[in-house]
Ligand binder design. Structure first.
Ligand code: 26M
Length: 899
């Protein structure tokens, strides 16, 4: 890997050791030792409590991040490129240690430094907890995109909230999900830098007063509550570059503005208690990734986030445009000559000044604001308030600016998922914003009511998506199918009005995290066979793996395990019969001494399966066979994602095994079915799906007739670091959403990169994955988007396969216990009520599963499919996505900090 020598801090192993020891002594202040007293150091480190052992190490890495962070930001300040501000209420960063040393290019040096001290880097890295400030797909996408922005040298900032409690920890008790608070800051967070001096006041409630200023009427908002936002900076290092971006997260603190009234009247205790309430704003992440429930606290979080971020952005803008001397050639200079400074600096935020050459030049030198879903959409109302009330711009001019700086991405397929805020709530919390929005509503009265920003009804709602669409100059979908669907349904009217606004940028994931960090042996293998590491910054190069797809040496290193020791294999077909199939496996030498942590490029899949098997045994006590196909479905639990279809398939498989001839049993392809994911705490049906999974697992795993032929395990508390372990070890992964419901899906891309075969519906980004790898290289099933509507129309006249009815009956009749508890779950898939079409898709699902069984016992075929999956995954790198955004939406250029 590349290595950069730079800064004050040296990166040779000896210097690293010294730095780590310094932090043990002075940052952690846990042990007294002398540098040559190795024993003392070791005792000092092991004395630290769980979760703190990686602390000194992390701090030494953090120092190196800060160095680059400073250089990057002073370089941006000097060169004044147009900046992107990426606004998101959620970021799922996971762990930072491994990712940081890899992106800094110093992982080998750290490994050596630690090993000389008697420690293993990987073991210490395992100590780190996840930063889980988000729910699922949207939040992990933000994290991948930050990595790409940094790596591709784009001048960007991320903004988010520093929740004290991240996404709840999932604990399974007796098969039921319980939620426990994720107080992730307990041991301190070495990756953040608290900026006690970067604070802003955020106002809430109160009244709007009209005041007369020089004969003009102005609105002044007199707040009822004021809260302080404090900045916490999180460095985001790029790979193969010195650029290190900033993710600035806001925490709420009591404001310094005392309630004098209360103090004067002597109600000291109550006024202190009231001040303390402020901190609740950034206390906890809302754990529902479905929709908005009109909760006041959530709205407060959104506005708190928006207000602090915009104040910060505007402050930086003003700073940058005060000092023109250094950049005589950059237009900004010309602006000063045109005395633009006589305008409020805020007017320069977009295109406030008259449409002339100068103003056009201005926008190049300014900012782009990106709304990650509707969650930060109050930014639009806030910018309008600032421009109109504080900078005294006319409404039209202010609106023009807002339209030019904002772009927006939506992450949901269905209209019900779009966020709404009751007008009354908005009016009470942010009275001035509502006044301004009403002006906009006035304009919309002539349009179709469905396009209005306000939804009429008993309770009037602000439609955040409509607000964002009306304002943003570009509206993005997250896959081709997603945008096409929106164009025909939810956003039809808008698309007809402004067709040029709508674009799609198919999602991607970062190969740094999802191959280099999480699958080091595959990383080494790919680099070896491509003869370069350049694919780590340019994922398109992965297509080069196709050149070796028939090379037996390459296969040997890529290999999965010898599938099954039997001479013939039987798979289940759609009729539920078992078909014999000749197996062509070659006897394989398996080295039983192979360490699970072995990082060499040999038999990569096998090594990763061993690691996963170890984890499964530790978590659930279930021993699984490495010869089995590891079949994985990990993602948030949702009815539309159809984990229930998976479980019904498993029950069907179990039922077949139970009814099979003893002789045939030994010819079956063994499976380990792995399911993981969290259900929103209030999502009853999703929770019942988790319970059913456990009940079925209990039955199957304890059935001595079945043994290794079928196992079902639920992996608790699925999160980013668990994903890093599970994905590399999967042979097959399932993506079962009813077509037309998954906007994109990004899990599938991570599996694809790791050479795991997909079993999927033609939904979201899968359609584009098929374009890349070809339909022969995955197991496709189920109704297509166009057919879904037709099937739904059929209602109770729908035909479902007999096997489906049989499985449903087993659950209903209490074959897995908890008959009453599962009743409402069973009702959701009864003919006529089966909205997500599990019944109609069941037959084709079983066929796809049978095809997977068949392919698995032809190792040559399977390995080829696996190689071609990884080789076709380059398009699904977030680097490609970010480059498209930069060029087509944000209009920003790379700005690379010199070495
Ligand atoms: C809303 C209101 C209150 C609290 C939480 C929310 C909320 C949070 C997250 C609603 C939706 C949220 O996320 C939606 C999401 O994750 N969508 C997924 O986005 C991925 C990235 O684009 C896509 O790949 C998935 O298909 C899409 O489901």
């Amino acid at each position: 890997m590349f290595s950069l020598m730079d800064g004050f801090l040296k990166n040779d192993p000896l210097s690293l050791q010294k730095d780590i020891l310094n932090h043990v002594e002075y940052t952690v202040a846990r042990s007294r030792f002398s540098f040559d007293d190795f024993e003392a150091y070791q005792i000092g480190l092991s004395e630290m409590e769980e979760g703190k052992r990686d602390f000194a190490l992390s701090h030494s890495v953090r120092d190196r991040l800060i160095e680059r962070w400073h250089d990057t930001h002073s370089y941006f300040k000097r060169t004044k490129p147009k900046r992107l501000y990426f606004l998101s209420l959620e970021f799922l960063m996971g762990r930072s240690l491994s990712n940081s040393v890899i992106n800094l290019g110093i992982q080998d040096q750290y490994a050596e430094a630690l090993s000389q001290l008697g420690f293993e880097f990987e073991v210490l890295a395992e100590q780190e907890g996840d930063a889980a400030l988000g729910n699922g797909g949207l939040a992990r996408l933000s994290a991948c995109q930050m990595d790409s922005l940094a790596t591709l040298d784009y001048p960007a900032w991320g903004y988010g909230l520093r929740y004290e409690y991240g996404l709840f920890r999932q604990v399974i008790v007796d098969g039921y999900q319980h939620e426990q608070p994720d107080y992730w800051l307990n041991f301190g967070n070495p990756w953040e830098i608290e900026r006690i001096h970067v604070t802003y006041e955020v106002k809430f409630y109160g009244t709007v007063e009209e005041v007369d200023m020089n004969g003009e009427k102005h609105h002044v908002w007199v707040p009822g509550e004021t809260v302080e936002a404090v900045a916490y900076d999180n460095p985001i290092p790029g790979y193969g570059t010195r650029n290190t971006l900033n993710l600035r997260l806001w925490a709420a603190k009591p404001s310094n503005q005392f309630d004098l009234e209360a103090y004067n009247t002597g109600d000291y205790i109550n006024s202190v208690v009231n001040r303390q309430r402020a901190e609740t704003i950034s206390n906890v992440l809302y754990p529902d990734d479905r929709n908005h429930q009109g909760k006041e606290l959530r709205l407060k979080q959104q506005y708190f986030f928006v207000s602090a971020s915009l104040q910060d952005i505007i402050r930086r803008f003003k700073e940058a445009h005060d000092n023109f001397d250094e950049l005589p050639d950059k237009g900004v200079f010309r602006l000063s000559q045109c005395s633009v400074m006589q305008y409020s600096p805020l007017q320069q935020l977009g295109l406030a000044c008259p449409r002339n050459v100068v103003s056009r030049y201005l926008i190049v030198a300014t900012v782009a604001l990106h709304l990650n879903d509707t969650h930060p959409s109050l930014s639009i109302a806030e910018i309008m308030r600032i421009l109109v009330d504080e900078e005294h711009l006319g409404w039209n001019k202010a609106w023009d600016i807002a339209c030019k700086v904002f772009s927006f991405t939506t992450h949901t397929m269905v209209a019900e998922g779009l966020e709404k805020i009751p007008v009354d709530l908005l009016g009470s919390l942010l009275p001035r914003h509502l006044q301004e929005l009403k002006k906009k509503i006035g304009l919309d009265y002539n349009r179709l009511s469905r396009m209005s920003i306000v939804e009429e009804g008993a309770v009037k709602n602000i439609r955040m998506a409509n607000l964002s669409i009306v304002c943003a100059h570009i509206v993005n979908g997250v896959s081709k199918l997603h945008l096409d669907t929106l164009k025909m349904t939810t956003f039809k009217d808008f698309c007809e009005l402004w067709p040029e606004k709508f674009q799609y940028k198919t999602n991607g994931v970062t190969q740094r995290r999802w191959i280099v960090v999480s699958n080091p042996s595959l990383c080494a293998l790919i680099s070896k066979w491509l003869g370069t590491e350049a694919w780590i910054r340019n994922a398109d190069l992965l297509t080069g793996l196709r050149d070796h797809v028939d090379n037996p040496d390459f296969h040997q290193e890529w290999k999965m395990l010898n599938p099954t020791p039997s001479d013939a294999v039987i798979v289940v077909d759609v009729e539920g019969d078992w078909l014999p199939h000749r197996q062509q496996s070659v006897a394989q030498q398996i080295n039983p001494k192979l360490s699970p942590r072995y990082l060499g490029p040999f038999q990569v899949k096998k090594v990763n399966k061993m690691r996963l098997a170890e984890y499964i045994e530790a978590m659930s006590g279930v021993k699984v066979s490495l010869d089995a196909m590891f079949d994985v479905q990990v993602k948030r639990i949702h009815e539309y994602k159809r984990q229930l279809l998976n479980i019904f398939g498993i029950i069907h498989r179990y039922d077949c095994l139970k009814n099979m001839d003893k002789n045939d049993l030994r010819k079956v392809v063994p499976r380990v079915c792995i399911i993981g994911g969290k259900a929103a705490p209030g999502y009853e049906i999703a929770k019942k799906i988790i319970k059913l999974c456990h009940s079925v697992a209990e039955k199957i795993n304890n059935d001595s007739d079945i043994g290794d032929l079928l196992k079902l395990v639920f992996i608790p508390d699925y999160n980013v670091s668990v994903a890093e372990l599970v994905i590399p070890g999967a042979d097959l992964s399932q993506h079962l959403s009813t077509a037309g419901h998954e906007a994109s899906g990004t899990g599938s891309m991570k599996f694809l990169m790791n050479g795991c075969l997909l079993l999927a519906t033609a939904d979201g980004s899968t359609v584009e994955i098929i374009e890349e790898i070809g339909s022969d290289n995955l197991f496709l099933f189920g109704a297509k988007v166009q057919e879904v509507a037709e099937l739904r129309k059929k209602g109770s006249t729908l035909k479902v396969p007999l096997q489906f009815a049989r499985v449903l009956r087993m659950v209903r009749d209490g074959y897995f216990g908890y008959k009453d508890y599962f009743k409402s779950l069973c009702d959701t898939v009864e003919i006529g009520r089966d909205f997500y079409l599990l019944g109609p898709d069941f037959g084709s699902y079983l066929e796809a599963q049978a095809a997977a069984d068949k392919a698995f016992v032809e190792p040559e075929k399977w390995i080829k499919m696996s190689i071609l999956s990884a080789a076709g995954s380059g398009r699904f790198s977030s680097d490609r996505t970010i480059q498209e955004y930069a060029e087509r939406t944000w209009k920003i250029d790379p700005c690379r900090c010199p070495l």
